[in-house]
Design a protein around this ligand. Structure first.
Ligand SMILES: Cc1cc2nc3c(=O)[nH]c(=O)nc-3n(C[C@H](O)[C@H](O)[C@H](O)COP(=O)(O)OP(=O)(O)OC[C@H]3O[C@@H](n4cnc5c(N)ncnc54)[C@H](O)[C@@H]3O)c2cc1C
Length: 149
């Protein structure tokens, strides 16, 4: 029920027909609600993980603590990073923010490479961008967020 999922499936079918190994990672398909603020998510929510019996650590960052959001008068929202408690691997990211549909892409990329919350926390994000909220939420997984309110 998503255009980008259908596109990935189309590419996979074409690759399989061409004798290559077509592949779609259904665990990492982002979903977006195009409201203001936007809502975007990928992977497991905290509740999904709990239902599967996976112990998680969660980092949250309130968009109101982000400089670009303040300057843009768009301070409503939150970023939440759900990481495996044992390995720190990111299992899911949920975002409510203006620009969430753009920000979720870097979450998908980190998750495709099997990245940890610490990997995101140690990645340099340009300032001032709303995307810094994603880094701060990842830092919050280990309670090291700098700009949290
Ligand atoms: C109004 C609307 C808004 C949407 N907005 C978004 C959005 O903002 N973001 C998003 O991610 N997704 C959106 N979607 C969903 C997205 O469009 C679909 O998930 C996606 O197009 C599905 O692609 P598909 O290739 O699987 O199927 P389709 O795009 O439906 O393609 C199937 C094709 O098969 C053809 N076909 C059917 N039966 C046969 C047959 N027997 N023989 C030959 N051909 C046949 C059809 O004519 C069609 O061309 C929206 C959908 C709608 C209806």
């Amino acid at each position: 029920m998503l255009a980008h999922k259908a596109e990935e499936e189309g590419v996979a079918v074409a690759e399989i027909i061409a004798g290559k190994s077509g592949h779609v990672n259904y665990a990492i398909i982002p979903g977006v609600i195009y409201t203001d603020p936007e809502v975007a998510g990928v992977g497991l929510t905290e509740a999904d993980a709990q239902a599967k019996g996976i112990e998680v650590r969660v980092g949250k960052f309130n968009i109101a603590g982000n400089g670009r959001a303040i300057a843009s008068d768009a301070t409503t929202g939150i970023v939440k990073v759900v990481a495996d408690a044992k390995t720190d691997k990111v299992l899911g990211v949920q975002i409510v923010a203006r620009g969430a549909s753009e920000m979720i892409a870097s979450a998908c990329a980190h998750m495709e490479y099997g990245g940890s919350a610490e990997d995101i926390a140690r990645t340099c994000f340009a300032h001032p961008t709303v995307s810094e909220s994603f880094k701060e939420a990842a830092m919050a997984v280990s309670k090291t967020s700098i700009h949290s309110l």
